[in-house]
Write a protein of this length. Structure first.
Length: 199
């Protein structure tokens, strides 16, 4: 189904149903594509979830995990994330799971210029709207996809990471402007030569 509608997709949500079972599907935008990964030993789905899933039609897929084993669902989800990101590289990917073990994988995906983020709730609050500044928006989105404890702690390192987002094709002055804007918007604070992130 994803293969057939790839050009129409903007957001794909991967749900780790072993880890997060209280899912407010009704709160999701109706144009999202959803993949729900269900463990082999999970034999019942709450009525509310199946009811709310119906409105997505073919844009929602149930993926039942085969076999047993530690982290079996995680491996299946990682496989599908890699497969779909090849088909739809411009789509935003969200992984709904409280399992922080996904974070290194997501950091790896983000480092390759793919928008990806782990969230722990569907109602994660409003996300920052695009500012109309393409370079800033790109840097903010890619940096947002990096787990907080994996983000640069020093300004010099942050400048290098932002430059890498543009494959070093933007000038040092432009990279500096983007970092200054992150600070001006109170998204990043610098104190004692250490950075703190507020997103």
């Amino acid at each position: 189904m994803i293969d057939q509608a790839a050009e129409l997709m903007k957001t794909i949500l991967f749900i780790d149903f072993e880890n997060v079972r209280d899912i407010a599907l009704g709160a999701l935008p109706a144009d999202w594509h959803v993949l729900i990964f269900v463990g082999k030993s999970q034999h019942s789905i709450p009525f509310e979830i199946t009811r709310d899933a119906q409105r997505f039609g073919e844009r929602l897929e149930w993926i039942k995990i085969e076999g047993d084993g530690r982290n079996n669902l995680d491996f299946h989800l990682a496989f599908h994330l890699g497969r779909v990101s090849e088909i739809c590289p411009a789509v935003e990917f969200l992984v709904l799971s409280k399992d922080k073990g996904f974070d290194p994988l997501i950091g790896h995906v983000v480092a390759r210029g793919i928008k990806c983020e782990r969230i722990e709730r569907v109602d994660r609050g409003p996300r920052m709207a695009e500012s109309g500044d393409p370079n800033f928006d790109k840097a903010f989105k890619l940096l947002s996809g990096v787990v907080k404890n994996g983000r640069p702690r020093k300004r010099k390192t942050l400048l290098a990471q932002v430059a890498s987002f543009f494959q070093k094709k933007e000038s040092a002055k432009e990279v500096e402007r983007i970092v200054d804007l992150l600070v001006a918007k109170n998204l990043v604070a610098e104190a004692g030569n250490t950075l703190t992130y507020y997103f």
